[in-house]
Design a protein around this ligand. Structure first.
Ligand code: ATP
Ligand code: MG
Length: 572
C-alpha cells in the first residue's frame, strides 16, 4: 500500500470523551470514526486489523473442526419466546417490526436460531458432534456504550455453538474450544488469562472468560501466581487469612454513644478500634423481603454470592427509608442485635470474631463487645466476601493477586438449557430420543483490537503485536521527490510485496519528523528508513517499534533480516 493513496487520517487531538488509551489511539491513528453512540466506522487501517484477527480465528476454529455458517441478524420473536428470553433479555435486546407487524430482534447472540437449525438438521447420534460458528455483527443496546469499540451497540462477534449426544462428549467439545481460544489469543499476541466465570445472561452450568490483562479493564480477576488458579472476581473464591480472636473471653455487651459516626472509618476511629474489629450490617430487599448480611468491617460484601445463595430474582439494597423502617435507625447504625423480621447471614470470617463493634439500631449508638449466639442468632455462615489480594488460594494456599482485565472471549457450558426449552432432540444409539447437550463460545473482535492497544502503547502511539498489525513493515522514504531515494524505496517496496511481506510505503511529500511520528502512531513493528544514508552508503536503517532498537543493514541482507524479525514475532 502507498500511503499517498491510502486513507489514514491521523489526528493530533482526540475528543474528550475518549478516556482510555485504546479509544484515544484508535481515533488518533485513523482506525475508527464514531457514527453515533456505540456505533463506529472502521476505516481501512482499522478494518485490516479486524480482518487479520478474523483470519486467525477462522483458521483455529476450522482446525478445531467447527463449521462456519451464516445466520440472519434479524431473528423472529417466536424463537425468543420459546426460551423465554424475549422477556428476560430486557432492554439490551433491540426489537423491530416488519411491515406485517411481526416482531423480530436483532441478534445479540444466536442460541435460539442455531438451536432451531440443529433440531431440524441433526437427527441422530451419528450427526454429532457438531459445532457451528459464524463471524457476524451483533446488536446490544448497552446502557452505557463506552471506551469506543470496547463496549459498543453493534459489534462483530465470532459465536460458536456445539451440539453433543451426552455430557462427556459435550465436555470434549468444550475442551477443544478452550484450547482453540488459547491458540487464538496467543497468536493475537495478547497477555491473557482464562478465568472461571459466572454464566450471566446466557446461563448454563459453568463458563470461562478469557481476559486480556490491562489496568484499564472493566473486570477484575483473582489469580494465584503459584498454581495458576484464576477466576473472575464475581466467581472467585479466596480464603481469608484472617485469624480472628476466637479465644477471647466474652465481655459484657455494652452500648456506646457514637454521635454522628456512620462509616466504618468514623466509628472505628472514634472508638479507637480496627476495622477488622467491627461487623458491618448490610440490609437488602430480596424479592421484596428484608434480609441482612454481615461482613467484617474491612471486607466487602459480594452481592452476587448473596444473590446466588438466596436464589431470588431481585436483590436490591434497602433505600434509606426502608433501613429506617426495618432497623428503626437512620442509615449507618444498623446491627444484628435486636434486629427482627428478617434472616441474618454472615460471612465465614465473622465466625472467628468475638467482642466486636456493631450498630445498635438506634441513632448515634453502637454496641461494643457484641457476640453472635449470645446476643443474636445467625441463620447461616457462608462465603459472602469479595476476595482480595493477599487472600489464600483455595487450591494451593498461596497468596492471591488481583488483576484488571478486558473480557475478549467467553466459553459457556450450556448443558440442555436451550435444547430443553426448544425441544432439540435426537435419536440415540439405544433407540431413545434425548436432548442435545450444548456449549457456546464467543469472541469480540473489536475488543481484541482494543485490548492489544491497551497492552501495547507508549507516548508516541500504538505498538502492534506482529500478527495483527495492519502492516508488518513500513518503508519511510525521506524526500521521496529525490529520484535516487525514490528508486531505492520503490525497489524494496516491490520486492517485499512480491515476497509476501505486508508492507506500506510512506511516499508522501512530508517532513522526516512528520513521517516518523505517523509511523510510530500507527504502530507498525518494523520501520525501514530510506534516505541519504541509503544513497551515499547503501545502508537501510531499521527501527523496531517495540524496543526502539535501531541498526543499519546492507541492501543484500535487508530482506532476510526483515523476514527473520517478522517470523520471530509471529506466535505459531
Ligand atoms: P460483558 O460482561 O462485557 O457485557 P458479555 O458477558 O455480555 O460481556 P458475551 O455475551 O459473552 O459478553 O459476548 C461474547 C463476547 O463478545 C465478549 O466476550 C466480548 O468480547 C464481546 N462483547 C460483548 N458485548 C460487547 C459489546 N457491547 N461491544 C463489543 N464487544 C462485546
Ligand atoms: Mg454484556
Amino acid at each position: 500500500m502507498r500511503w499517498s493513496s491510502a486513507l489514514i487520517p491521523t489526528l493530533k487531538e482526540v475528543p474528550a470523551e475518549a478516556e482510555i488509551a485504546s479509544h484515544k489511539l484508535m481515533i488518533k491513528a485513523g482506525l475508527i470514526r464514531k457514527v453515533a453512540s456505540g456505533l463506529y466506522n472502521f476505516l481501512p487501517l482499522g478494518f485490516k486489523i479486524y480482518y487479520k484477527i478474523e483470519n486467525i480465528i477462522r483458521e483455529e476454529m476450522d482446525k478445531a473442526g467447527a463449521l462456519e455458517i451464516l445466520m440472519p441478524i434479524m431473528t423472529p420473536a417466536e424463537l425468543w419466546h420459546e426460551t423465554g428470553r424475549w422477556n428476560l433479555y430486557g432492554k439490551e435486546l433491540m426489537r423491530l417490526k416488519d411491515r406485517a407487524d411481526r416482531e423480530f430482534a436483532l441478534g445479540p447472540t444466536h442460541e435460539e436460531v442455531v438451536t432451531d437449525l440443529a433440531r431440524t438438521e441433526i437427527k441422530s447420534y451419528r450427526d454429532m458432534p457438531k459445532n457451528f460458528y459464524q463471524i457476524r455483527n451483533k446488536f446490544r443496546d448497552e446502557i452505557r456504550p463506552r471506551f469506543g469499540v470496547m463496549r459498543s451497540r453493534e459489534f462483530v462477534m465470532k459465536d460458536a455453538y456445539s451440539f453433543d449426544r451426552n455430557e462427556p462428549c459435550a465436555e470434549e467439545s468444550y475442551k477443544k474450544m478452550f484450547e482453540a481460544y488459547i491458540k487464538i489469543f496467543s497468536r493475537c499476541g495478547l497477555n491473557f488469562r482464562a478465568v472461571e466465570a459466572d454464566s450471566g445472561n446466557i446461563g448454563g452450568s459453568f463458563s470461562h472468560e478469557f481476559m486480556a490483562l490491562a489496568a484499564s479493564g472493566e473486570d477484575t480477576l483473582i489469580n494465584c501466581p503459584a498454581c495458576g488458579y484464576a477466576a473472575d472476581r464475581e466467581k472467585a473464591e479466596g480464603a481469608s487469612p484472617f485469624c480472628g480472636n476466637e479465644k477471647e473471653v466474652l465481655k459484657p455487651l455494652e452500648k456506646v454513644s457514637t454521635p454522628g459516626q456512620h462509616t466504618v472509618e468514623q466509628v472505628t476511629g472514634f472508638l479507637n478500634k480496627k476495622a477488622s474489629e467491627l461487623v458491618k450490617t448490610l440490609l437488602y430487599m430480596a424479592d421484596g423481603k428484608p434480609v441482612a448480611a454481615l461482613v467484617k468491617g474491612d471486607d466487602e460484601l459480594h452481592e452476587i454470592k448473596l444473590h446466588r445463595f438466596l436464589g431470588v430474582t431481585e436483590l436490591v439494597m434497602m433505600t434509606a427509608q426502608q433501613v429506617e423502617e426495618f432497623s428503626k435507625a437512620p442509615v449507618g447504625f444498623a446491627g444484628p442485635v435486636g434486629l427482627t423480621g428478617m434472616k441474618i447471614f454472615a460471612d465465614n470470617a465473622v465466625s472467628k470474631l468475638r467482642n466486636f463493634v456493631t450498630g445498635a439500631n438506634e441513632k448515634d449508638m453502637h454496641y461494643a463487645n457484641a457476640n453472635f449466639d449470645r446476643d443474636f442468632k445467625i441463620n447461616k455462615f457462608l462465603d459472602l466476601r469479595v476476595p482480595k489480594e493477599g487472600d489464600l488460594c483455595v487450591k494451593c494456599g498461596s497468596a492471591l493477586v488481583s488483576l484488571k482485565g478486558i473480557v475478549v472471549g467467553h466459553t459457556y457450558k450450556l448443558g440442555t438449557k436451550y435444547s430443553k426449552s426448544m425441544k432439540a432432540e435426537f435419536l440415540d444409539e439405544d433407540g431413545k430420543r434425548k436432548l442435545m447437550v450444548m456449549g457456546c463460545y464467543g469472541i469480540g473482535l473489536a475488543r481484541v483490537i482494543a485490548a492489544a492497544i491497551e497492552q501495547g502503547n507508549d507516548a508516541s502511539g500504538i505498538i502492534w503485536p506482529m500478527a495483527i498489525s495492519p502492516y508488518q513493515v513500513i518503508i519511510t522514504a525521506l524526500n521521496y521527490k529525490d529520484e535516487k531515494i525514490k528508486l531505492f524505496a520503490d525497489s524494496i517496496y516491490e520486492e517485499f510485496k512480491a515476497k509476501g511481506v505486508e508492507v506500506i510505503i510512506d511516499d508522501r511529500d512530508m517532513s522526516a519528523g512528520f513521517k516518523f511520528k505517523d509511523a510510530e502512531l500507527i504502530g507498525i513493528p518494523v520501520r525501514i528508513t530510506v534516505g541519504n544514508k541509503t544513497v551515499n552508503e547503501g545502508l537501510f536503517e531499521i527501527k523496531l517499534r517495540k524496543t526502539g532498537e535501531e541498526f543499519a543493514v546492507k541492501r543484500e541482507e535487508l530482506f532476510s533480516k526483515v523476514k527473520e524479525i517478522v517470523q520471530r514475532e509471529l506466535v505459531k
